[in-house]
Design a protein around this ligand. Structure first.
Ligand code: GLN
Length: 189
């Protein structure tokens, strides 16, 4: 059985663990860098990217995670996780992993009350649209040639993308019963 880690410093890690277990994958909360040895991929959950980023520095994830991902460990960032993976975030100097060639804008659709849900076409997941939940979500503003956009909103904002072994979504598939994004990530491992 594959074992996937979920960074468990802050945010919606419990929900990701439940989604992984629903598709028959062993999910392990990762609280310390040493636990990364035992996992075949890592999910960075949604939450508060400033808080998660600071905790990643305090616990030393900033020192080791970049190397592991560059060596090929698959990583999937949801919402705040997408912000942490981006090379550049508009108007902030918060700690980032900066691994993916994306520039993103935090809270690109407004505040908590502007959160929304919609049925999103994600061709790599099949014909059926994905019910996507956006909560104070970021959007991709620009991206490099190595980035493949997997989904865009009707307004044109990229909200799911892949660069090699790195996957990001601005929305929260762990809050729905549709496990196709998790299955897609597990196939990357
Ligand atoms: N707005 C949060 C941030 O900027 C992300 C929200 C989320 O992960 N749902 O970090």
């Amino acid at each position: 059985m594959k074992r996937i880690g979920v960074l468990a410093l802050q945010g919606a890690f419990v929900e990701h663990i439940a989604s992984l277990e629903r598709i028959g994958v062993e999910a392990m909360p990762v609280r310390l860098p040493g636990q990364l040895d035992g996992v075949e991929g890592l999910i960075l959950p949604g939450g508060e990217s400033t808080t998660i980023g600071k905790l990643m520095v305090i616990y030393g994830f900033d020192k080791c995670l970049g190397g592991l991902v560059l060596e090929g460990m698959p990583v999937y960032g949801t919402c705040a996780g997408m912000i942490l993976l981006a090379r550049e975030v508009e108007g902030t100097n918060q700690p980032l992993l900066g691994l993916m060639n994306l520039a993103v804008k935090r809270n690109a659709f407004g505040r908590q009350v502007d959160s929304f849900e919609l049925n999103l076409a994600i061709p790599v997941l099949g014909e059926q649209p994905f019910h996507a939940v956006f909560i104070r979500a970021p959007a991709v503003r620009s991206f490099g040639p190595e980035v493949c956009v997997l989904a865009t909103l009707p307004g044109g904002e990229a909200v799911a993308a892949r660069q090699g072994n790195m996957l990001v979504t601005a929305f929260h598939p762990e809050l729905t019963s549709d496990t196709r994004v998790h299955e897609y990530f597990v196939r990357m491992t």
